[in-house]
Design a protein around this ligand. Structure first.
Ligand code: TNX
Length: 516
């Protein structure tokens, strides 16, 4: 029964008698500003025979209205289904899109298939749902640097996230092993930086394979500006914001391979073929800072997102210790050491983002070396960085590796699973994660915007494997970030029904023989 398998679970939901049945006459009215929600509904009905044409309010079976209320949760909506009509009222078009996604989940599973049977009855049980998310940042991070994922898959991934009411797709676009974003001013970033000669075989710590053995299969790819525009536009039609990340000043070996003057040594580098952070990081010259500014200027023209992630994680200071220009910078600025230099560098880069009218996001290492003003913090090394940042007045996204790193195994028996980074993060552990740290005083809770799961792709080579590592754990994240009520048993029962939708969508999810 579809109503008992909604994911995420709506905050309030009551069953009413009867069903609403769609047919070729079903018409939709959306008030100005809500049309994108009607378009989304039509898109989701693309595999039906029903076009859902627009109609004036009085003649429409489905109405989508907006109710301006500055005090209300901007993503809230109500969905009222009766045998005669469907009424959606939301505060913003995003809320109306959530209502449309809920309405879709009320349909039979076969409606999720690209080729539903001709005799399928497109019907929804009558309900009254009042709903709103508890967290605004309901995110997924996809690392397209370690393994490139084709643009077409990103469109699909956006759809899968939207059907679970996620709000944010964070794209990790650059790393030591590949630069994936076309930048007009620096063409070598993709001509050279998007390609590597091979990839480490097996697990980096696996002695049997031997750390350091590589295949000799070139790997690479990048997104053109036109593809990024298509992805960002498509995401907007689903209510999803795409947040770009350019990781600096570490994780930059691919850029240094493309433009050696960004580096600290004379050595010619190639794009990294193995895993683990490189010790080759950006130098701290004015020319390199100008490069960072130029890149970010292009990034903000491609991504309308208010937030721009500038990295800041795992930056080795080894090269700076023996670099004359870096040491000169340290004395000229009166800094205590190389760590302070890291803070100084990222603060300059953050200023470029702020100058563009955007908000910088950084990984939590920056909490230790000086947080740039206005920076949002992504807490990955546990929750401590996020707690400190919230107390200092920064907005925080919880992404602790312990509970949100989906490159870990989903089963305690890794021998039955595809090779992964290590560790164990099963569905129950993901569902059990409460993204409000207990030690954080309630007066800072408004700083916690939400959480996100991360798909780091060292060991995830294909879109199909991204799906395997994402689902069904993403369903748990979606549920936890939406509805404050949590009950693992209830979630698992709903998930058992929801899997029919995932099958309809053709998702290569990990199936558990014993879901209950
Ligand atoms: C740490 S999290 C990283 C990534 C790796 C990941 C592997 C973070 C900010 N840095 O570069 O891919 O661990 O689990």
């Amino acid at each position: 029964m579809t109503l008992n398998s909604l994911i995420p679970a709506p905050v309030s939901c009551s069953r009413l008698p009867g069903e609403f049945v769609f047919d070729e006459h079903t018409a939709v009215h959306a008030v100005p500003g809500a049309e994108p929600a009607a378009d989304l509904l039509r898109d989701l009905f693309a595999s039906s025979r029903y076009r859902l044409p627009p109609a004036p309010e009085g003649a429409a079976d489905i109405t989508i209205r907006l109710h301006i209320d500055p005090g209300a949760n901007p993503e809230s909506y109500s969905l009222h289904v009766t045998p005669e009509r469907v009424r959606i009222v939301a505060v913003t078009v995003r809320g109306a899109m959530h209502a449309v996604q809920t309405l879709r989940q009320l349909l039979p599973d076969a409606a999720f298939r690209p080729d539903p049977p001709d005799d399928l009855r497109w019907q929804a049980p009558c309900v009254l749902i009042n709903d709103a998310p508890r967290s605004s940042w309901r995110g997924a991070m996809l690392d397209v640097a370690r393994h490139f994922m084709p643009a077409g898959f990103l469109l699909r991934f956006v759809d899968l996230l939207a059907s679970h009411k996620f709000s944010t797709l964070h794209l990790h676009l650059t790393d030591d092993q590949g630069w994936r974003l076309e930048i007009a001013k620096y063409p070598l970033l993709t001509e050279t930086g998007a390609w590597r000669a091979g990839t480490m075989i097996g697990h980096k710590d696996d002695q049997r394979v031997g750390h350091g053995r590589h295949d000799e299969v070139p790997h690479g790819g990048y997104y053109t500006a036109a593809q990024i525009r298509e992805i960002v536009t498509h995401a907007a039609t689903r209510g999803i914001t795409v947040v770009p990340e350019i990781d600096m000043p570490g994780h930059m070996q691919a850029a240094i391979a493309a433009y050696p003057w960004l580096g600290n040594t004379e050595r010619r580098l190639s794009v990294a073929t193995g895993w683990g952070p490189s010790e080759h990081v950006l130098n701290v010259t004015d020319r390199t800072l100008a490069f960072c500014r130029d890149v970010l200027e292009e990034v903000v023209t491609l991504f309308p997102s208010r937030c721009v992630h500038i990295g800041g994680d795992e930056c080795s200071t080894a090269e700076w210790r023996s670099s004359a220009p870096a040491q000169a910078r340290i004395s000229e600025l009166g800094l205590s050491d190389e760590n302070a230099l890291r803070g100084w560098f990222i603060s300059r880069v953050a200023e470029f983002v702020v100058a563009q009218g955007r908000r910088p996001v950084v990984w939590d290492e920056m909490v230790d070396v000086g947080l740039p003003d206005e920076a949002m913090v992504m807490s990955w090394r546990g929750e401590r960085g996020g707690v400190t940042a919230a107390r200092l007045g920064h907005d925080v996204i919880m992404a602790p590796s312990t509970h949100t790193y989906f490159d870990q195994y989903q089963s305690s028996d890794p021998s039955t699973e595809p090779l992964a980074a290590g560790g164990l993060l099963d569905l129950a552990a993901v569902y059990g994660y409460e993204p409000i740290p207990i030690e954080l005083e309630p007066r800072y809770h408004h700083r916690l915007l939400g959480s996100q799961f991360q798909i780091w792709t060292e060991y995830i080579r294909t879109p199909s494997q991204v799906e395997y590592m994402s689902f069904p754990r993403a369903c748990a994240v979606a549920d936890v970030l939406w509805n404050p009520r949590h009950d693992l048993g209830d979630f698992k029962r709903r998930l058992a029904g929801h899997l029919g939708r995932l099958r309809g969508l053709g998702i290569n999810y990990r199936s558990d023989d014993d879901p209950a």
